[in-house]
Each structure stands twice: as structure tokens, then as C-alpha cells.
Design a protein around this ligand. Structure first.
Ligand SMILES: Cc1cc2nc3c(=O)[nH]c(=O)nc-3n(C[C@H](O)[C@H](O)[C@H](O)COP(=O)(O)OP(=O)(O)OC[C@H]3O[C@@H](n4cnc5c(N)ncnc54)[C@H](O)[C@@H]3O)c2cc1C
Length: 75
């Protein structure tokens, strides 16, 4: 209905700058196909904000580390 397309696995399709297949609609976090980590979703926000403010950045020009949170804390 909105024109936002999903891939075969149900993730929302986005381009390099978080934009869906519907112009003007952006998504961040787990709903977009990328590493499903808290810090990735967290970092998506300032990154998208910068993009929307005109900075030339993409969602892929970053190094993403793996992190496992435990209870109790290990580190
Ligand atoms: C068991 C488990 C262990 C994990 N362990 C780790 C770990 O060790 N390290 C790590 O980095 N990541 C871990 N993750 C992944 C991490 O939890 C996710 O990557 C992160 O929470 C994604 O954040 P998000 O904001 O994109 O989505 P979410 O945290 O899923 O937030 C989405 C929010 O949208 C809400 N929502 C859904 N539908 C609607 C709607 N229609 N209207 C309004 N609100 C809606 C949901 O209620 C939810 O609050 C783990 C995940 C799971 C399930």
C-alpha cells in the first residue's frame, strides 16, 4: 500500500542511505537487513540524522563489531 517492499525474508528493503522503496520513508534497526545488534540499531539513528541533514554518508561506511551482552556482566 505504501510502496515499502520487503525481501524474501521479510526484511524491509533499503538503499545505502536507509531509504525504503518508497521515497521519503526511511527505516533503521533490525527491520532493515543488517547485523542485528543493539549497537548497530543505536548507531543507525545519528547516521540517518546526518544523512537527512545533508552529510554524505552511507549505512555501510562503518566498521561493525560483534558484541554479546550477558547477565551477569563479564567485562
Ligand atoms: C535473545 C536475543 C539476544 C540478543 N543478544 C544480543 C547481544 O548480546 N548483543 C547485541 O548487540 N544484540 C543482541 N540482540 C539483538 C538486539 O536485541 C537487537 O538488535 C536490537 O534490540 C534491535 O533494536 P531495534 O530498535 O532495531 O528493534 P527492537 O529492539 O526490536 O525495537 C522495536 C520496537 O518496536 C516495537 N514495535 C513493533 N511493532 C510495532 C508497531 N506496529 N507499532 C509500534 N511499535 C512497534 C516493539 O515493541 C519494539 O519495542 C539479541 C536479540 C535477541 C532476541
Amino acid at each position: 500500500m505504501t510502496g515499502v517492499e520487503l525481501d524474501a525474508q521479510g526484511f524491509i528493503k533499503i538503499d545505502e542511505q536507509f531509504q525504503t522503496t518508497c521515497a521519503g520513508i526511511y527505516v533503521i534497526g533490525d527491520v532493515a537487513k543488517q547485523l542485528a545488534f543493539t549497537h548497530v540499531s543505536w548507531e543507525d539513528y545519528p547516521r540517518l540524522k546526518a544523512i537527512l541533514c545533508g552529510e554524505h554518508r552511507t549505512r555501510n561506511d562503518r566498521v561493525l563489531g560483534y558484541a554479546v551482552y550477558t547477565e551477569p556482566q563479564v567485562g
